[in-house]
Ligand binder design. Structure first.
Ligand code: BGP
Length: 475
């Protein structure tokens, strides 16, 4: 069968500033919470990697844009580094940071590549983190002021903006599992910080629309599908709770203008409701966002049999059952594996149908809303192979990535056929990058980054395949 896509479909890939830029303390950039965390706690990052150099994209940007162009992308999603633009998170702009993104946007546009810009992909300025970060109500105002700078500087050239990348995942790891900075274990603080993030989102959307810009603005959510582990009433209730806490608590305010009632009541019973949430809910108006970005990697299976609180992420890629991911909140829910599932070496299930259901869900929230798949990809242990018998296209043979992307594009095609307004696909990621606590071993890119040889870029087999998909607008 042939999978043809709409004529204006955006084909791209995605990155995030802290994961690729490097130049962490150069050219006036201030430290972010991640720079600091990796310096203070190298033992918590696989093989003690840190984002100080990352892919050195800050210095190699022209080469990288040329590669994106070679790969025929018509879109590219990246994030602005808040501490590169505002080293203290607030105050005076850093002119070198401003100029860097000016050059990047101009180069992309000159190459016919539409920028899709995320304002916040987790690199909170350290100065703000030290004042309480997202737990502090003032961070909301600082974020909105930062966003206004960005709209004024780049608003005339950027067609798509996203406020925040995956608020749920960022709050969950920062304040519940404590696997990401600020490494807090507190449901109360998690829900307060999430509320502040959502307020920052809502106020930023208002500012953008008041500014009468030509582009569109949305948010990027990781609406991971949650299934009950079994059909028992206990597991079904667990799935409802997990879906409410991880998905609906974020989607409902953004798309419906209110928090979900069942989870509101659950948090009220545990005295977890965020301060000021009543008066601020009016900010989440129903017509607030212009599009929704969805990131999808794998689904969840919830069980109600959660007798301990425990969290673990497989960061080694050893495919070792001892290393399996663990997520369990005592008395609430735990996630379990799908016994029939196909899993990557990092214990992430490959399940394209989950993406289909997620796209259908976005449509059911607001029929016709434009949806972009803003991230979808697979971490692999790709290898360079320069055997003379191999053509250049096969120096990194990542057939598994081709299969993964093709399977997911097929379900996007199906969603389109069902009438979901999917407007584009950004593969995660343009290049192998700093994969948070997984360090550099988990490779996601179309471009292989040779960390043993001056960060040389090599196109992987998947990048040639994806180029042909783009050139044919299908496969
Ligand atoms: C998403 C993040 C990305 C990216 C991806 C893969 O949640 O938005 O920044 O890193 O996950 O995750 P990881 O690198 O942890 O494997």
């Amino acid at each position: 069968m042939n999978y043809q896509f709409p004529k204006d479909f955006i084909w791209g890939s995605a990155t995030a500033a802290i994961q690729i830029e490097g130049a962490a303390s150069e050219a006036g950039k201030g430290p972010s919470i991640w720079d600091d965390y990796c310096q203070q706690h190298p033992e918590r990052i696989f093989q003690q990697a840190n984002p100080a150099i990352a892919c050195d994209h800050y210095h190699r940007m022209p080469e990288d844009v040329a590669l994106i162009q070679q790969m025929a992308h018509n879109g590219y999603r990246f994030s602005l580094s808040w501490p590169r633009l505002l080293p203290q998170g607030t105050g005076a702009l850093n002119s070198k940071g401003v100029a860097f993104y000016d050059r990047l946007i101009d180069r992309l546009l000159a190459a016919g590549i539409a920028p899709n810009v995320t304002l916040y992909h987790w690199d909170l300025p350290l100065a703000l983190a030290q004042q309480g970060g997202w737990g502090n109500r003032q961070t909301v105002d600082h974020f909105v002021a930062y966003a206004e700078h960005c709209f004024r500087l780049y608003g005339d050239r950027v067609p798509h903006w996203a406020t925040i990348n995956e608020p749920a995942w960022s709050i969950l790891n920062g304040y519940v599992t404590a696997l990401h900075p600020p490494c807090v274990h507190s449901y109360k603080q998690a829900i307060q910080a999430a509320h502040h993030m959502l307020c920052a989102h809502a106020l930023t959307i208002q500012k953008y629309h008041q500014g009468d810009h030509n582009g569109q603005i949305g948010i990027v959510l990781n609406m991971s599908t949650v299934y009950p582990a079994t059909q028992s009433s206990q597991d079904r209730a667990a799935a409802q709770l997990a879906d409410g806490a991880l998905n609906r608590w974020f989607i409902d305010p953004v798309l419906l203008g209110r928090y979900p009632e069942d989870i509101w009541q659950y948090y009220a019973d545990w005295d977890l409701l965020p301060e000021h949430s009543g008066e601020e809910l009016g900010w989440f108006t129903e017509d607030s966002i212009d599009f929704i970005g969805v990131n999808y990697y794998y689904p969840h299976y919830a069980s109600g049999d959660a007798t301990t609180t425990q969290f673990h992420l497989n960061t080694t890629g050893e495919n070792d059952p001892q290393q399996d991911c663990v997520f369990s909140i005592k008395g609430a829910f735990k996630f379990v594996k799908n016994p029939q599932g196909r899993y990557t070496d990092w214990d992430w299930e490959i399940y394209p149908e989950g993406l289909l259901q997620l796209l259908q869900r976005a449509e059911s929230y607001r029929p016709g809303i434009p949806v972009y798949v803003t991230e979808n990809g697979i971490g692999l242990q790709d290898q360079l192979d320069f055997s003379p018998s191999l053509p250049v296209q096969q120096h990194v043979d990542d057939q598994e990535r081709i299969d993964f992307v093709a399977e997911h594009l097929k379900v996007i095609h199906q969603a389109l056929a069902e009438g979901v307004n999917v407007k584009g696909y950004y593969m995660w990621s343009l290049m192998d990058n700093f994969s948070w606590i997984n360090g550099y071993k988990k490779r996601y890119g179309f471009l292989y980054i040779d960390r043993d040889n001056n960060l040389q870029r090599y196109r992987k087999k998947s990048s040639y395949w994806y180029q042909s998909v783009i050139e044919n607008n299908g496969f």
